[in-house]
Write a protein that binds this ligand. Structure first.
Ligand code: FES
Ligand code: FES
Length: 159
C-alpha cells in the first residue's frame, strides 16, 4: 500500500500530510503533525491515554486508521486551552491534584471535556462511567473524579 495524502481538521484548522501505509490517527497526530499530548500507552485500545475527540466523540486514536477519519474534525488537548489559558477542566485538574506523572492526563481531560459538553451537571457515577476506559497508575482516580466534578461546578458559575 503506498503512502497517501490525508487531510484532517485538527483543533479547527485544516491540516494535510503524508500518511505512511497503515498509519494510525495517534501516530499521525504525534509524528506528522507534532501534536504530542495524546500518548501511546498500550497501543491496544485498553488504556485510554491516546484518547482524542473525533467529531466530538472520544476515540482511542491508537486503534483508528487515519484514512478512515479523513476530512473529519479532531480535537486534541492542544486545542483545549483557548488563547493559552487553561479551561475549567485543566485548571481543576491542577487545583485538585488530579495529575501526577501526567501520562494519562490528556486522555482523561478529553474524556472529561466530552462528558461536560454532553452533560454539564454530571453525577459522580456519570464521571466514573465516563473515565472507566482510562487507566491511571498514579492517582487512585479519586482526585480525577473530584476534579471533573469541580470543573462542572466552575463551568456552571461561568455561565
Ligand atoms: S494507547 Fe490507545 S488505548 Fe492505550
Ligand atoms: S497521573 Fe500518572 S498515570 Fe495518571
Amino acid at each position: 500500500m503506498p503512502s497517501q495524502i490525508v487531510s484532517l481538521v485538527v483543533n479547527g484548522e485544516e491540516r494535510e500530510f503524508i500518511a505512511a501505509p497503515g498509519a494510525t490517527l495517534l501516530a499521525s497526530l504525534r509524528e506528522a503533525l507534532g501534536l504530542t499530548a495524546a500518548k501511546r500507552g498500550c497501543a491496544q485500545g485498553a488504556c485510554g491515554t491516546c484518547t482524542v475527540l473525533v467529531d466530538g466523540r472520544p476515540e482511542v486514536s491508537c486503534l483508528v486508521a487515519v484514512e478512515t477519519v479523513a476530512g473529519h474534525s479532531i480535537r486534541t488537548l492542544e486545542g483545549v486551552a483557548a488563547g493559552g489559558e487553561l479551561d475549567e477542566v485543566q485548571s481543576a485538574f491542577v487545583d485538585c491534584f488530579a495529575t501526577q506523572c501526567g501520562f494519562c492526563t490528556a486522555g482523561m481531560i478529553m474524556v472529561a471535556e466530552e462528558l461536560l459538553d454532553r452533560n454539564p451537571d454530571p453525577s459522580e457515577d456519570d464521571v466514573i462511567e465516563a473515565i472507566s476506559g482510562n487507566v491511571c497508575r498514579c492517582t487512585g482516580y479519586r482526585p480525577i473524579v473530584i476534579a471533573i466534578l469541580e470543573a462542572a461546578r466552575r463551568r456552571a458559575v461561568r455561565r
